[in-house]
Design a binder for this molecule. Structure first.
Ligand code: FE2
Ligand code: FE2
Length: 154
């Protein structure tokens, strides 16, 4: 991990690393036209087992900081992105397509890069130690990609 994160943000940052790995594998999958149901299973399971708990921690910890003038815009974007990503997964669940998978991949990468390069830096600068401690996330599932049984990306 190139950026040295505040210790309280490190588990979330490791989830981000797993998220970028998941995006890379899905990208390989849709480029080689792997069976759509396999990409659907992978993306929906990744969302529910990694992203849902991850978003839960981020949202609960960030909500009390919404009034902070330096953090408000970034947190609002974070919340908006989470809603959009959830909608994309619902689309993939109900009407899977390679285009829907690609949109999810592109949006997930953009969201993670925004948090890593903008929001987390703002949090380190402005949130303060007490608020930063609420971002600690113990349930990080960092080997989702490694243990996923169907290697559709190979
Ligand atoms: Fe997020
Ligand atoms: Fe995140």
């Amino acid at each position: 991990m190139p950026i040295k994160r505040h210790v309280s943000l490190q588990p979330l940052a490791r989830d981000h690393h797993e998220g970028l790995m998941a995006a890379l594998l899905l990208e390989k999958g849709y480029k080689k036209k792997a069976p759509l149901h396999q990409l659907q299973d992978f993306s929906t399971q990744f969302f529910h087992s990694v992203l849902v708990p991850h978003f839960f921690i981020e949202e609960n910890a960030a909500m009390p900081l919404l009034d902070h003038p330096e953090l408000k815009a970034g947190i609002e974007k974070m919340l908006h992105d989470h809603v959009q990503l959830k909608k994309m997964i619902e689309d993939i669940q109900h009407q899977p397509s390679y285009e829907a998978i690609e949109l999810f991949v592109v949006s997930l990468k953009e969201h993670i890069r925004f948090e890593d390069r903008v929001l987390f830096i703002q949090l380190e600068q402005w949130a303060g130690e007490v608020a930063l401690a609420t971002f600690v996330h113990q349930e990080s599932k960092r080997n989702f990609c490694e243990v996923f049984p169907v290697k559709f990306w190979l």
